[in-house]
Design a protein. Structure first.
Length: 179
């Protein structure tokens, strides 16, 4: 019996002062594409469309951008402990160079953390609504680790595992003989 409650990460929600500006930022810097957008209203509160929502996707990651009608709601929604959105990169120095050349603001130096979870590098940049957008480069030997032990993005690690299982199933079917 499977006792897991969740299947994986569905999305990360970011409140923004400008949903179109935030979309353009994530599209320009990280190749996100819009997969859904809508207006959500609460007529009982006297507002026809208090929220603009845009769901954007890049590979296995979905961000939900929400723009409340009242800008004050953006800062009021800072609850909980989510500190940043982190993206996996292959070459952190080159990624930072490209993003800065396109105008993105770097807010920290690249940190080399050789003892943190088998080694990685990290840097923080500033998103359009002040959110911390972090980049991570993991050591190559992590890419060989089992998905549940790797710090690689969940989607990428488990996509690799699904491919391995699929290949095993195909090999099994190809090696079966009729009786």
């Amino acid at each position: 019996m499977n006792t897991r409650v969740i299947n994986g990460l569905n999305h990360i929600c970011i409140y923004t002062k400008d949903v179109e500006g935030s979309y353009e930022f994530y599209h320009r810097y990280f190749d996100f594409e819009c997969v859904y957008e809508t207006l959500v209203g609460r007529p009982e509160e006297g507002e026809e469309f208090p929220f603009r929502v845009k769901m954007i996707r890049s590979q296995d990651l979905v961000l939900e951008l929400i723009q409340p009608a009242k800008e004050a709601y953006v800062n009021a929604q800072v609850t909980g402990a989510i500190n940043h959105v982190g993206f996996d990169v292959s070459d952190i120095e080159e990624s930072v160079k490209q993003l800065r050349a396109r105008g993105m603001e770097q807010i920290s130096e690249i940190s080399n953390m050789p003892d943190f979870y088998q080694g990685m590098k990290a840097v923080s940049l500033k998103g359009p609504s002040g959110e911390n957008v972090s980049l991570y480069e993991f050591k190559l030997d992590q890419k060989k680790a089992e998905p549940e032990k790797s710090m690689l993005p969940i989607g990428r690690a488990f996509s690799r595992e699904r491919a391995r299982i699929s290949k095993s199933k195909k090999n099994y079917k190809n090696n079966q003989t009729e009786v």
